[in-house]
Design a protein around this ligand. Structure first.
Ligand SMILES: [Zn+2]
Length: 344
């Protein structure tokens, strides 16, 4: 029998039971999840396959979606499952393309923020969960004595996680398979705009964080950086044929290989399609879920040393056509927030 070391912070995503037994009842034949072994929740008897060193801690909803794929992918989670299967062929290119301010800036921001988050409140063996981790390239930035946990909705993403230190979990961000009060830090890079029910996600964060823990949500779409008005929206739409053409010529654009993938990606990035976030909307959302804002900032620069930004060509065109100043930090395409559990 395969040896499975069940992490102490794991919990059932549905009943939140924390005791598991190794089970061959977790045998699974769904495409991409084939295995003979897994774990079973002692409380509710749900079974969770263990595949390629990945704990498949699916919620009931995710398990249903895997078993009976929604052909049209009108469901946001279905669209995410499909889109990330499509980009699995070239993860490196996908990661670079997915980081609006460049990969180096992202890594630097990650290091700075995680370090500042931890400096004051955490001892060794603390758990850091990277939710919507994609390939989690940044995860090895954290100190060697912390436990990294990589959580994603895509098996192809998780198989591409390069870190040997990370415990990999297939899971639903809106039903975190983590024990209450077990996690010192949650990081979420360019991910929450893929989550349809953000209240569920943030309430889950509040539940699993330690009282002195912290949550970093970074590089999300900022409302004032998105197209506004019919002319900007039209030009934004026109990028699609151009991107498809570039993708066919081999210039990346993994979310734009054809019109169907573009349609799925618009569904998958549900919060961008709904207009992105403002400081006010994120603050209100976090407060309503029992979290307090430590800092909220625009653009990639945590330290806010600049009041202007050098825009990408896309941002320059879209923001100008929206009759906004593309050089102003206030119209930055990205917004980030550092938060902590509020006192009860
Ligand atoms: Zn259970």
């Amino acid at each position: 029998m395969t040896f499975i070391d069940v992490p102490h912070f794991l919990a059932c995503p549905e009943c939140q039971g924390v005791h598991f037994v190794i089970s061959s009842r977790a045998a699974c034949r769904f495409r991409g999840f084939e295995t003979d072994i897994g774990i079973m929740c002692e409380t509710c008897s749900r079974v969770f396959p263990f595949v390629d060193d990945i704990f498949v801690m699916w919620s009931d909803e995710l398990r249903e979606l895997v078993a009976s794929p929604d052909a049209m992918c009108v469901n946001v989670k279905s669209a995410n499952l499909r889109v990330y299967d499509e980009v699995a062929r070239d993860h490196q290119g996908h990661v670079k393309q997915s980081t609006p301010h460049g990969h180096t800036d992202l890594l630097r921001a990650y290091r700075n923020l995680v370090t500042s988050l931890y400096r004051s409140n955490v001892g060794p063996k603390s758990v850091l969960a990277d939710i919507g981790c994609a390939t989690a390239e940044e995860i090895d930035c954290i100190p060697a004595d912390w436990q990294a946990v990589a959580i994603d909705i895509s098996m192809s993403n998780l198989r591409s996680v390069v870190s040997r230190r990370a415990i990999k979990i297939f899971g639903d961000a809106e039903r975190l398979p983590l024990k209450a009060g077990s996690v010192s830090a949650i990081v979420c890079f360019a991910a929450i705009h893929h989550f349809p029910h953000l209240h569920q996600f943030f309430r889950g964060c509040k539940r699993v964080l330690t009282t002195r823990g912290g949550l970093l949500v970074a590089m999300e779409p900022h409302s004032r950086g998105l197209p506004r008005g019919p002319l900007a929206a039209f030009v934004f739409f026109l990028r699609k044929p151009l991107y498809r053409w570039l993708a066919r010529l081999g210039f990346g654009n993994h979310f734009h290989t054809d019109a169907e993938i573009q349609r799925l990606n618009d569904i998958a990035e549900v919060q961008r399609s709904k207009g992105g976030f403002t400081k006010e909307s994120l603050t209100a959302l976090l407060h309503s879920c029992g979290l307090k804002i430590v800092k909220c900032w625009l653009g990639p620069d945590f330290y806010n040393q600049k009041t202007w930004v050098l825009p990408s060509l896309k941002h320059l065109i879209i923001t100008s056509l929206s009759l906004r100043n593309p050089f102003s930090l206030l119209n930055s395409p990205s917004i980030s927030v550092l938060a902590a559990p509020a006192d009860d």
